[in-house]
Design a protein around this ligand. Structure first.
Ligand code: SF4
Length: 468
């Protein structure tokens, strides 16, 4: 089958063609272009009729199915990929990160581990990152034991759960406990698929299909589930842990992606998953296993894998995987930009200092890092400089007086502060005269050259600046 062509002109034909700008784009064509690039949502056009909405959704549907599991606020969604490489457009089905527990753990250890996994988090650019799901492995093979552990885990955490066993009796015991919570069953295989299919139908679960190094079998089982109305499927072609087998593992992932986005083979057009946790079974040394798991996980994230089960819930392992994931799954068109806004640091009030900077991710990252590190209580106006740093944006004209004033008005800065002092970066000194002209009621001053000096600068200068 040919690759599906998504043309902005074709989408444009179905839009209201009023160029009213209510969707945030200047014209219907610009909106169509953004829809194709997936940088806006169809719902932003309030004038679109139902029939046209349906047609556009069908036209824009990604070749890879989007699947969900879990329920309520914590429901997870992944898949929806369109391309082989993220450079062609973007990856969308952000890797879901799950850590495992197992049913032979002592109750005390189980509770502690579930609490650790659920509570593991860190903050990056004001966004808090946490683990996405917990995988419960049946090691005992005992359905009753598994049931008890699933109950215990679901009482402690609200994270979506993955039930892991190849024995349908065990899976059914766990699925019963989670009725209505849509767990992911791991896994249907060539030997158990009929019984797993029955469980998936009865309890309306998502299903992982596991067929190590046999993509034909993977597709054949998926086709059967598809025919029987189970659409939330994820494919696991096996994670081969030994260093010499990694190529095979990666090659299987690439073949599956190609079968989906290039050949549009429906039964292989599902998200894929990997289990770096297998490293924990392949190394005698716990430390070596943890390092190898981390190595595998980072490789898989770069391939755009949609779900991973991990074994070592350590923050040193979790952070780099998340950092990499956030970079890989960020739309290339948006990756260098922070949303313009008036950002509050450390609970500022109306007397707190006001500063301005550019919306380049790195600039914002460094400045916000220094403000957080030194506990600076302030307002930071981030203006749209087309993702250029301050000095570059001064040169290009994006960090200019007019743009700063426009953003001050847009975010109603005057109502947030009692004083009229605006601090601009020292590297933007050349716009100072013009900005003072544009803001005659404000005292516009140069801040320090480096954001690491902001705390000292404010300690030394702020009182005088507001008093003068
Ligand atoms: S809101 Fe709708 S009609 Fe208006 S410009 Fe956007 S796409 Fe066109």
């Amino acid at each position: 089958m040919a690759e599906k062509v998504k043309s902005p002109a074709e989408v444009m034909k179905l839009l209201p063609q009023e160029d009213c700008g209510e969707c945030g784009s200047d014209s219907c064509f610009e909106f169509a272009l953004k829809l194709v690039e997936r940088t806006t949502e169809l719902e932003r056009c309030p004038k679109l009729k139902k029939a046209a909405t349906k047609k556009i959704k069908k036209m824009l549907a990604p070749p890879m199915a989007e699947i969900t599991f879990g329920s309520g606020d914590k429901m997870l969604k992944t898949g929806g990929e369109e391309v082989m490489c993220r450079e062609e457009l973007a990856f969308f089905g952000k890797t879901i990160l799950a850590y495992d527990v197992w049913d032979t753990m002592s109750e005390e250890r189980l509770v502690e581990r579930v609490q650790n996994i659920t509570g593991m988090s860190f903050v990056r650019f004001k966004e808090t990152f946490t683990v996405d799901a917990i995988a419960i492995r049946s090691v005992s093979g005992d359905p009753m034991k598994f049931k008890d552990v699933v109950k215990k885990v679901s009482d402690i955490t609200d994270l979506p759960l993955i039930l892991c066993s190849l024995d349908p009796k065990v899976l059914k015991a766990g699925a019963k406990v989670l009725k209505g919570k849509k767990p992911l069953l791991y896994a249907a295989t060539k030997d158990n698929w009929e019984k797993v299919l029955d469980i998936a139908k009865e309890f309306e679960t998502a299903v992982a299909i596991f067929s190590p190094d046999d993509l034909d079998m993977l597709g054949s089982i998926a086709a059967t589930f598809q025919r029987e109305g189970i659409g939330d499927l994820i494919l696991d072609p096996g994670t081969f842990c030994e260093p010499e087998s990694i190529t095979q593992t990666l090659s299987n992932f690439s073949l599956l992606r190609r079968a989906c986005v290039k050949a549009n083979i429906p039964e292989l057009s599902y998200p894929v998953m990997a289990v770096p946790a297998v490293a924990s079974m392949s190394f005698k040394s716990k430390k070596a296993a943890a390092h190898y798991e981390n190595y595998l996980a980072n490789i898989f994230v770069t391939k755009g894998i949609n779900l991973m089960i991990l074994h070592f819930p350590e923050i040193w392992e979790f952070m780099p995987i998340v950092y990499l994931r956030e970079g890989i799954f960020k739309h290339p068109k948006l990756e260098s930009a922070i949303d313009p806004d008036l950002y509050a640091f450390n609970e500022p009030d109306a007397d707190s200092p006001l500063m301005v900077t550019a919306n380049y991710t790195l600039t914002y990252g460094i400045v916000s890092g220094d403000l957080d590190r030194y506990r600076v209580k302030c307002w930071l106006l981030v203006i749209d400089t087309n993702a250029l740093s301050v000095d570059t944006a001064v040169g290009s004209g994006d960090f200019c007086a007019e743009n700063i004033v426009e953003h001050m008005e847009e975010f109603d800065v005057e109502s947030k502060v009692n004083h009229r002092v605006l601090i601009i970066p020292r590297v933007a000194a050349e716009i100072l005269p013009e900005l003072r002209e544009e803001l005659p009621d404000w005292k516009v001053v140069l801040g320090p050259k480096d954001s690491s000096e902001i705390a000292t600068f404010l300690t030394d200068e702020w009182k005088n600046l507001v008093a003068e």
